[in-house]
Design a protein around this ligand. Structure first.
Ligand code: FE2
Length: 259
């Protein structure tokens, strides 16, 4: 069996700190073979920098995924060619830096494919994530059975549809971006582990990571505000998927939370 850990959107310093504190213990206690996390909000809520990416790899994460905020910090653009284990959504245009697929060897020696896709409903109008998923899957060697997808999308319907679309073709599809963990964790009929959103790993004493007073003012006045990360209530939200590497099918899936 191959155990995948997927940590939901690491948000700012509270998110990074809780990962630094607990990741190694989780990996040891849960016998994790590959640790993946979405890091598009790691730098103060907006994007990721080379230094923070290196720091997160140093904590024991093996592959980092992202989303629409990946482009927020320009210094990350040149980092992509140096570090292919940092992904960006595959369905942005090819000309942009980075890639949305990597095949890596897990701790148990099993080769695993990690893919990063992004939805289009209430999101930037990029290429079709469903067709892009098809082309990514076609490019992965048949021998690589363990396949994971981070689908970074806003609406639940688009995410659920992706789960059904990929059922039986990948080991797991877990959503990110909304920062709210969902309770629909299950294995779909053809063996794909699924959860609509992993939830945020960051400060829950706020509004999806941001200081709650700032967001309250925005709702009350409809005026632009300067976003600032919330500081308190750090929680870690993740999904652990057990995969049979001979078939690529998930045999167990559960939420794993530190709060
Ligand atoms: Fe996002």
């Amino acid at each position: 069996m191959t155990n995948l850990l997927f940590i939901g959107d690491i948000f700012a310093s509270p998110g990074r700190t809780i990962v630094a504190r607990y990741l190694r213990d989780i990996v040891a206690a849960e016998k994790i073979d590959l640790a993946i996390a979405n890091v598009e909000n790691a730098a103060g809520g907006f994007g990721i920098t080379p230094q923070l990416a290196d720091e997160l790899f140093g904590f024991g994460l093996n592959v980092l995924t992202t989303g629409n905020h990946v482009w927020d910090k320009r210094e990350i653009y040149d980092y992509f060619p140096r570090q292919p284990r940092l992904l960006r959504p595959a369905n942005y245009v090819e000309e942009l830096p980075g890639a949305g697929l990597i095949v890596v060897k897990a701790r148990n020696g099993v080769e695993c494919a990690v893919m990063n896709l992004q939805g289009r409903v209430y999101m930037p109008t990029i290429d079709c994530p469903f067709r892009k998923a098809d082309s990514l899957l076609a490019s992965i060697p048949e021998s690589v059975k363990v396949r994971f997808v981070d689908f970074h999308a806003e609406v639940t319907s688009e995410k659920v549809t992706m789960g059904w679309y990929l059922d039986g073709r990948v080991s797991g599809v877990v959503g990110t971006h909304t920062h709210i963990p969902t309770a629909d964790t299950r294995i779909l009929p053809n063996g794909t582990a699924y959860q609509t959103d992993a939830g945020m790993t960051g400060p829950y004493h706020g509004v999806i990571g941001v200081d709650k007073e700032i967001i309250l003012q925005r709702f009350l006045t409809q005026m632009p505000v300067r976003m600032e990360a919330a500081r308190h209530g750090a929680e870690l939200h993740s999904v652990i998927i057990e995969v049979d590497e001979t078939t690529g099918k998930a045999t167990a899936v559960r939420r794993f939370t530190v709060s």
